[in-house]
Each structure stands twice: as C-alpha cells, then as structure tokens.
Design a protein around this ligand. Structure first.
Ligand code: PGA
Length: 261
C-alpha cells in the first residue's frame, strides 16, 4: 500500500480574501512553471473561513489542482452557537479537509481531546477528512515522555471512530515547541513519534488501517528541510504554517520529491 503524500498549508489568521487571490494564483503559476505533477502530492489550502469562498471560486474557475480545507469546525450540527461554522456550511463550499485540535486551538480556546474527537466524528459524518493534530509541549519533551503523551492524545481523539474512518483520515504530529519558532524537530524526532503513532493505530485497529492512515509532521517545515523529513518512512506529509504564506516556499514543499534529500 502506498500512501499519497499530503502537503497542507494552514494560513492561520493571515491573508484576507483579496490577498488570497494573489497568493493562490502565484502558487499555481509557480507549480505549473516547475512542472509539479498533482498525482504525486495532494496540496491542500487551509485559509481563514472568510477566504474559503474566494479560494473555491479560483479553484473551480481555473481548474486548479488544490483541495480546500478549513481551520476548524463546530461539533454541533446547527443552531444557537454564535460564531461557529458547521460541517454543512463547509461542504457547500467544497471543503474536503478540516484541521481539528491544532495546538493553538488547544492552548488558546480550551479544546480538549474530547472536543476534538467530537469534531473529527462530525467532520467524518459529513464526508470531510479531519486532520487531527497531536503533539507535546517543551516541558513534556524535556521530561522525555513525548511519545506516551502524544499517543494518549491519539487514543483520546480517535475514540469510537471505526477502522474505516481512521484509515481515511490524517493525523498531524506537531511538537508545539517547533511551531512557528524556527526550531524544527530533526527528521529522526519526527520519525520516532510518527512511527509510534502508526504502531498505536495498528494496536487500536489493525495493520491495514495503520498502513492506510496518513501521518503528517508539522513545525517549522520549509523548502530547506522538507525533503529530509519526507524521507522518513512514517511521515506522509507536512502541515505547514509560516512557509505556506510564501508561494515559492510552499510550491517547493509541494514538489518536495524533486528536492535533494
Ligand atoms: P509553522 O506552523 O510551520 O509556522 O511552524 C505549523 C503549524 O502550526 O501547523
């Protein structure tokens, strides 16, 4: 079984809908110029909610080979949840991926494994692929308990999901100390935890599910380190923050297979 690499660009709270047009077009033309083969990588753009419609229109109008993702979703269907966005609102816009449980959501918005699990389940029931984020902070890393800590998050966020659901989703391992800090985990650090996550999925479900689930690394990924990270056997893609705002950088990350490892 070969897993298709998946590069996802999380713009976070950057880029308004007007700026989005420029960014997406520049990214597209750079990739065309460098002869990116979309069969080799899934490229997912994850803008703020207010940009989704604009990016969707660009993708459809110009037949761009990008998939659309959202940065968050409500665990509720609809109703009196001021400020929230539902899965059906996202599917209407052709959103096929959603990030759940990003460390910034955990840290600043109090999201727990339980909430993240409910969001992942809601996304799956709407046909949206969740990108479930896990990963330890610096204190845990220093203690040396990062593998167990992260696997605990994996167990919590996958609770009650079926093997079939888990086989199709994405787990992003993002050590918090490496996010937006320029402090990148070594390829071996990434492999240690991504490999442990795959083993845990095999233990919780079965080998076939573990072979199928895609596991991303995230945290200060750039064109200069992506090839080494992607050379690790259990890393199937990257969740990219800062570098996804730079078309040249993100284009290079998407065509990582052309870069020297
Ligand atoms: P970064 O962010 O690439 O800017 O470190 C990664 C992320 O938060 O997903």
């Amino acid at each position: 079984m070969t897993r298709k690499p998946i590069m996802a660009g999380n713009w976070k709270m950057n880029i308004d809908h007007i700026e989005a047009t420029g960014l997406v077009e520049k990214l597209h033309y750079t990739l065309v110029d460098k002869e990116w083969d979309p069969k080799k990588t899934d490229a997912v753009l994850i803008p703020p909610f207010t940009d989704l419609r604009t990016v969707r229109t660009l993708i459809d109008g110009d037949r761009l080979n990008f998939q659309l993702g959202a940065q968050n979703v409500s665990e509720h269907d609809n109703g009196a949840y001021t400020g929230e966005i539902s899965t059906s609102m996202l599917t209407k816009l052709g959103v096929t991926y959603v990030v759940v449980g990003h460390s910034e959501r955990r840290q600043y918005f109090g999201e727990t494994d339980e909430i993240i699990n409910a969001k992942a389940a809601k996304a799956l029931s709407a046909g949206i692929t969740p990108i479930i984020c896990v990963g330890e902070g610096l204190d845990i890393r220093k203690e040396g308990t990062h593998v167990e800590y992260t696997l605990n998050q994996v167990r919590g966020t996958l609770a009650n999901l079926t093997a079939e659901q888990v086989a199709g989703l994405v787990i992003a391992y993002e050590p918090v100390w490496a996010i937006g800090t320029g402090e990148v985990a070594t390829p071996e650090d990434a492999q240690e935890v991504c490999g442990a996550i795959r083993q845990e999925v095999a233990a919780l479900y079965d080998e076939a599910t573990a072979e199928s689930v895609r596991i991303q690394y995230g945290g200060s990924v750039k064109s200069g380190n992506v090839a080494q990270i992607m050379a690790q056997p259990d890393v199937d893609g990257c969740l990219v923050g800062g570098a996804s705002l730079q078309p040249d950088e993100f284009a290079a990350i998407v065509r990582f297979y052309q870069l020297p490892a």
